[in-house]
Ligand binder design. Structure first.
Ligand SMILES: Nc1nc2c(ncn2[C@@H]2O[C@H](COP(=O)(O)OP(=O)(O)OP(=O)(O)O)[C@@H](O)[C@H]2O)c(=O)[nH]1
Ligand SMILES: [Mg+2]
Length: 444
């Protein structure tokens, strides 16, 4: 349990109502000191209407007693009218009576320290607040509910069983007794490996959903790449002009399409040039194509698509722009789903954009996410899973090569350690924890 009491504004400024959170051993005592009504004996989960001692506002106070609160400590939440002056006044009164301002994520960090949630759940709180669509919300909710934690616990149990089997044998090794059937050990290890791999693979989807599917728009100068970006974003974000080589740098922004976040990247037109700056821009275009999840190859003439190297397996949509110059609005080319993967559009009139958007959603191939699916979305978790995977692979190799049990057990323990980093069980350094919570907002 923490020894000090922290306070912070938990709501965004500018709202009609503000909520200030106070947590710690003296939370109730300090809150009591700044209001007129005596709430020192208030029961847990009760609400109290009162006035601040300095008459600045009428407030509503929720009291939660340890361990029945978010942080697991005594907590109060003071709801006042929104407004800079009122909230600053309350915070300074709380500090006068012994509270200190909370660090980013400190309430959630305390919740973790007091065993209210594991680290993966604590991190999902930040994701839940940042969620902008149903898919990101479902992923965060699933993690908060503890689905990921359950999967990890299941893995842990299996690994522990395996390790103890090997260690048991070790204890009796001088008596020439073998308990474990190597084949069975290998099988169990492979089941665990499969589960870890599934989690690792889910990160691809998880990351794409969380950070948006990146779509690079690539083409020769003047074909309308910047105009297409603007059309996708419904905003005149990039400069459009009939001068070749207008766009020099990559320009990007996100937009929600059918509940999925797409990140569109407008790039410099690709052509042979002596202009140094333009050359650097073109280099960036090629890098964008390399990194993007999906590539749109744009042209304004039939079948003259730019010649860029496309990494294997990356979805490519070929798009012919400026069709308003050649096709009537009613043309079937705008309205049917292309079989040859060539889309006809006019970025100016918007004709054909609907089909193109459908094509993008299809190329993104985002599976429907349910609240119970475990999808890894956090880079830290992904890295820990990769390390666990590495250790387990070493263990499997050793089992195959009939390496002594104690070495195999060592790799398995390492695997357990890395899985424990996700839930926080094996994180011992304060610095690591602080780094994780530093990304949170104050008051969370
Ligand atoms: N008629 C017609 N003109 C278009 C369309 N899309 C873009 N244009 C025009 O084509 C010219 C070039 O458009 P941009 O979007 O600047 O082209 P870009 O591909 O970004 O060009 P760079 O940045 O130089 O590589 C502008 O004059 C646009 O108005 C379209 O669908 N139809
Ligand atoms: Mg441009």
């Amino acid at each position: 349990m923490s020894s000090d009491t922290i306070c912070a504004l938990a709501t965004a400024s500018g709202g009609a109502i503000a909520v200030i959170r106070v947590s710690g051993p003296k939370a109730i005592e300090i809150t009591n000191a700044i209001v007129i009504k005596d709430i020192s004996k208030a029961k847990s989960a009760t609400l109290h209407y009162t006035e601040l001692t300095d008459n600045v506002d009428y407030v509503l106070i929720s009291v939660f007693r340890a361990p029945h609160s978010y942080t697991g400590e005594d907590t109060t939440e003071i709801s006042s009218h929104g407004g800079y002056y009122i909230t600053q006044q309350i915070l300074s009164m709380l500090q006068e009576h012994g509270a200190r301002m909370a660090l980013p994520g400190e309430f959630t960090q305390r919740s973790f320290m007091n065993g209210k949630m594991d680290l993966s759940q604590a991190e999902s709180v930040a994701d839940l607040i940042a969620a902008t669509n149903k898919a990101t919300h479902n992923m965060a909710m699933s993690q908060l509910r503890g689905n990921f934690r359950k999967d990890l616990e299941d893995l842990r149990q299996k690994l522990l069983k395996l390790t103890s089997l090997l260690e048991l044998e070790l204890d009796f090794s001088d008596q020439d007794i073998t308990f474990t059937d190597r084949e069975q050990v290998l099988q169990t290890a492979q089941v665990i490996l499969k589960q870890i791999n599934q989690l690792r693979q889910s990160f691809k989807v998880g990351n794409a959903i969380k950070n948006g599917i990146s779509v690079a728009i690539i083409g020769a100068p003047n074909v309308g790449k910047s105009k297409l970006l603007n059309t996708f974003l419904h905003e005149e974000k990039a400069i459009v002009s009939n001068i070749k080589g207008t766009t020099r740098d990559t320009i990007e922004d996100v937009v929600q399409i059918h509940g999925t976040t797409f990140r569109f990247i407008d790039t410099a037109g690709i052509r042979k040039t002596k202009d140094q700056i333009e050359k650097m821009g073109i280099e960036r275009s090629l890098q964008a194509a390399e990194r993007a999840d999906i590539i749109i190859l744009l042209t304004d003439k039939d079948n003259q698509f730019p010649d860029v190297r496309i990494p294997e397996g990356k979805p490519v949509l070929k798009v012919v722009n400026k069709c308003d110059m050649t096709l009537p609005s009613a043309s079937f080319l705008y309205h049917k789903m292309p079989t040859d993967n060539i889309y006809h559009i006019s970025a100016i009139t918007g004709d054909g954009m609907e089909r193109l958007t459908e094509g993008l959603v299809r190329a993104a191939a985002i599976p429907e996410i349910n609240e119970n699916d475990t999808i890894v979305t956090n880079v830290r978790h992904f890295q820990a899973l990769n390390k666990a995977h590495g250790s387990l692979m070493r263990a499997i190799k050793s089992i195959r090569q009939e390496v002594p049990n104690d070495l195999v057990a060592q790799d398995l323990r390492e695997c357990l350690h890395h899985l424990g980093e996700i839930t926080g069980g094996t994180i011992t350094s304060d610095e690591v924890l602080q780094n994780i919570f530093r990304n949170f907002c104050v008051g969370k």
